[in-house]
Design a protein around this ligand. Structure first.
Ligand code: C2O
Ligand code: CU
Length: 551
């Protein structure tokens, strides 16, 4: 195993992600940021300098569990202080498990501003993947607004509330086309044909393939909002990996991917090699106001400039949730994977609601809307700083007569920053319960992401969870994931072992939702955490504590 060193400068820069010039947060002059590629067991050392002029920054390594290095998780107010402009921070951590991951800003809405990139971990030297392929591609999916993330933040926290709306463009590896469509010549599309030379920042990245080969496509979604559907015209997709865990292979025509998820799929180039084919990306779960994103699968020796001869794949209807559920429930652990413990030590119910607080619109969990404290929890818990956050336990349940099918009779909620503390190595069940939002007949998709762990997805269900639903849990081959969706008006049951000393965010991966309070904080075994680098804790009460100790 190696240590791989990187020197990164994070800065704002002009860029045209969708052919419209705008400002993105880039790394070393690149957008998306550089891809990190390593082998399982390697250590990654990223020396990150914040070259933003007026904002702090942190980077979270999404899907990396950070065993023994909880201070490198890159979550502002949880694992560390934001890195100030001009300062440098060293993220040093092990990538212990092969898989497809990504990284992104985890402060304010910097992910929406474009601060993200890919992190790919290959199997350790001498080891083999449990499937064969001849070549691979990586697609990092995101969504893009023409309004800056700072303005979006102001919109979301204004009274009256201003919703940011749907993204202007979907991006594939940071590239989309707002002004034009590659498929404008088909049907009644009112958009104009793209006139791209190929060297523009917004030109689609074309996937060049040879006939009769198997390719691995790594797909990751770091969208701020959009749930997506991916298809390759005329080609089947065989899903083999989800969130860095092998799954039992299954074949589909198109796949859903939610923010925070990653997959590997295999496809075989068994189609007519004298043609090219569309790779399409469409919005799911919200009434789409964003055009489909497209790129091209180019068969050698056909010219890449030949557009496909048939129209792009038609996405399933945005609200065809049965289609989405069928995909999610198809995902099962690969035969031979570790099974979950058959019992749990503690079960936490988390009700997801949209609320009002003093006329502001918020999201809340068990009627508490998360506002992060000034001192990172990892430091305040480790050093017993009592006044850093609310030491009372947050609610583990919600009123048994709560009607999840209707807007709440009283939508008022409160702010909070309490922590769910689990005994080290205990087995925890989380039942995520979806509900109606503020408006009648609205319930949204929320992809929940857990830091520091993978969890088993024991099941999905409709309506309010009841104890009888437990009989339907899959304890035989549930998939291990780090992100799982709750469907409108439904519940999702997760199980994990609290075996990673540290403090961990668990939140909706839709960035505006997290910003509006849709998250909770978990902690376990913090007394076992040793040697937190001081540079991680130079703010808030921990910062004061260090100053006094020196004096
Ligand atoms: Cu990728 Cu806390 O998120
Ligand atoms: Cu959400």
């Amino acid at each position: 195993a190696k240590t791989r060193h990187f020197k990164w400068a994070v800065e704002s820069m002009y860029w045209s992600p969708d052919c419209v010039e705008n400002v993105v947060i880039g790394i070393n002059g690149q957008f998306p940021g550089p891809t990190i590629r390593a082998r399982a067991g390697d250590t990654i050392a990223v020396e990150l300098t914040n070259k933003l002029h007026t904002e702090g920054v942190v980077i979270h390594w999404h899907g990396i569990r950070q065993f023994g290095t909880p201070w490198a998780d890159g979550t502002a107010s949880i694992s560390q202080c934001a890195i100030n402009p001009g300062e440098t921070f060293l993220f040093r951590f092990k990538v212990d498990k092969a898989g497809t991951y990504f990284y992104h800003g985890h402060y304010g809405m910097q992910r929406s501003a474009g601060l993200y990139g890919s992190l790919i971990v290959d199997v350790a030297q001498g080891e083999k993947e449990p499937f064969h392929y001849d070549g691979e591609f990586n697609l990092l999916l995101s969504d893009w607004w023409h309004k800056s993330s700072q303005l979006q933040e102001v919109d979301l926290s204004s009274k009256p509330f201003r919703w940011i709306g749907e993204p202007q463009s979907l991006l594939i590896n940071g590239r989309g086309q707002y002004n034009c469509s590659l498929a404008a010549h088909f049907g009644n599309s009112s958009s104009i044909s793209c006139d791209l030379r190929g060297n523009e920042q917004c030109a689609p990245q074309i996937l060049h393939v040879h006939p009769n080969k198997i390719y691995r496509l790594r797909v990751t979604s770091t969208t701020a909002l959009a749930s997506l559907n991916l298809a390759i015209g005329n080609h089947k997709l065989v899903v083999v990996e989800a969130d860095g865990n092998y799954v039992e292979p299954f074949s589909v025509d198109d796949m859903d991917i939610y923010s925070g998820e990653s997959y590997s799929i295999l496809f075989t180039t068994d189609q007519d090699p004298s043609k090219n084919y569309w790779i399409s990306l469409s919005v799911r779960g919200r009434e789409p106001k964003t055009p489909q994103a497209l790129t091209i699968l180019n068969y050698s020796p056909t010219s890449a400039s030949n557009l496909p001869t048939s129209p792009p794949p038609i996405a399933p209807l945005w609200n065809d949730y049965n289609h989405s559920k069928a995909f999610s429930t198809n995902i099962l652990a690969r035969t031979g994977s570790a099974r979950p413990p058959t019992t749990y030590d503690r079960r936490v119910f988390l009700l997801n609601t949209q609320n009002h607080i003093d006329g502001y619109v918020k999201w809340a969990i068990n009627n508490v809307s998360l506002v992060l404290p000034a001192t990172p929890y990892l430091g305040s818990i480790k050093y017993g700083l009592k006044r850093a956050f609310d030491r009372r336990n947050p609610p583990e349940n919600f009123p048994f007569d709560y009607d999840v099918t209707k807007p709440a009779p009283n939508p008022n909620s409160t702010y909070g920053n309490g922590v769910y503390t689990f005994s080290l190595n205990s087995t925890v069940d989380v039942i995520l319960q979806n509900a109606n939002a503020l408006a009648p007949n609205v319930s949204e998709i929320h992809p929940w992401h857990l830091h520091g762990h993978d969890f088993w997805v024991l099941g999905y269900g409709e309506g309010k969870f009841t104890n009888e639903d437990e009989r339907k849990f899959n304890l035989k081959d549930p998939p291990l994931r780090n992100t799982a969706v709750i469907f409108p008006y439904g519940w999702t049951a997760l199980r994990f072992v609290a075996n990673n000393p540290g403090v961990w965010a668990f939140h909706c991966h839709i960035e505006p939702h997290l910003h509006m309070g849709m998250g909770v904080v978990f902690a376990e075994g913090v007394d076992h955490v040793s040697k937190i680098p001081k540079e991680a804790l130079t703010c808030g009460l921990t910062g004061k504590m260090f100053m006094n100790n020196k004096g």
